[in-house]
Write a protein that binds this ligand. Structure first.
Ligand code: HEM
Length: 238
């Protein structure tokens, strides 16, 4: 029974998560681009920089958060930088990326610090919502999503750190992960024995379960700001 659950999480649920993610993104984009445009301007002034530079500055340096609350700003910048490293790390689990080995490392870059930064950041974003005034504009879904994200990061970090700290029997070679992802990508899914017989297979299944849930909910939640923030800043600078 548990084997079946693990297989469902590791294979069909991963496909389902990515299908829902892509379909949800397309659906959201079509809805937004089909909605009637607003008359008048939503522009922000003054215009000190050319539009692409202003959009990049607003999106990556988040000056609006900096002006409001410096602590919040530090968490936003650190969390989003860690997300970038996290995406690169997961890409390295799929393919060898020689360009990243300019900094010689064992996958992931950051030796576990990426997960730590993200965990602290997620807890901050979660507990911030318990206090006024953010509580007033929060809905249950916001808490639920942050808890799912936290659990995904927590189990991903356990998976990674236990291996990195050299607990011998727990070692899963990156090549085994690449074989697993290659199977998924070529629609010929398989679970290499080094993955499915690893003593921390259960932790891996839990990590992938929460990650799949998060990916499925992404387009239908406030997380969509990751895409729409660029459109919003671009409109503001038009
Ligand atoms: C929302 C999506 C996801 C988040 C937030 C996430 C988070 C994490 C984190 C924080 C780590 C540890 C990184 C570190 O310590 O530097 C990790 C490792 C890992 N993740 Fe994910 N992950 C996600 C999606 C996935 C998916 C979809 C899969 C597989 C289908 C996956 C497979 C793995 C594996 C196998 C490791 C361990 C790698 C190792 O031990 O070297 N993750 N993840």
């Amino acid at each position: 029974m548990l084997d079946l659950f693990a297989y469902i999480v590791m294979v069909p649920m991963v496909y389902l998560a990515f299908i829902l993610f892509v379909a949800g993104m397309v659906w959201k984009l079509v809805r937004v681009f089909r909605s009637p445009s607003i008359t008048g301007t939503l522009g922000l002034f003054p215009r000190e920089l050319p539009r692409p530079l202003a959009v990049a500055r607003d999106a990556f340096l988040v000056p609006s958060a900096f002006r409001k609350d410096r602590v919040f700003w530090v968490f936003i910048v650190a969390f989003h930088a860690a997300v970038l490293f996290l995406i690169l790390g997961h890409c390295e689990l799929v393919w060898n990326i020689p360009a990243l080995q300019v900094i010689p490392h064992r996958v992931f870059l950051g030796a576990g610090s990426v997960g730590m930064v993200m965990m602290i950041g997620t807890l901050y974003f979660l507990f911030r919502r318990f206090g006024a005034p953010v509580r007033e504009i929060s809905v249950p879904e916001d808490y639920f999503l942050l808890i799912i994200l936290f659990l995904s990061i927590l189990f991903g970090s356990i998976l990674h750190l236990v291996d990195r700290l050299g607990i011998g029997a727990m070692h899963v070679p990156v090549q085994a992960y690449r074989e697993y992802f290659a199977g998924l990508l070529t629609l010929n899914p398989r679970l290499p024995v080094m993955v499915s017989y690893s003593p921390h297979y259960a932790v891996m299944v839990i990590h992938i379960f929460f990650s799949n849930l998060f990916i499925m909910l992404f387009p239908f939640s406030k997380m969509i700001h990751a895409v729409f923030a660029f459109f919003a800043y671009s409109t503001a600078r038009r």
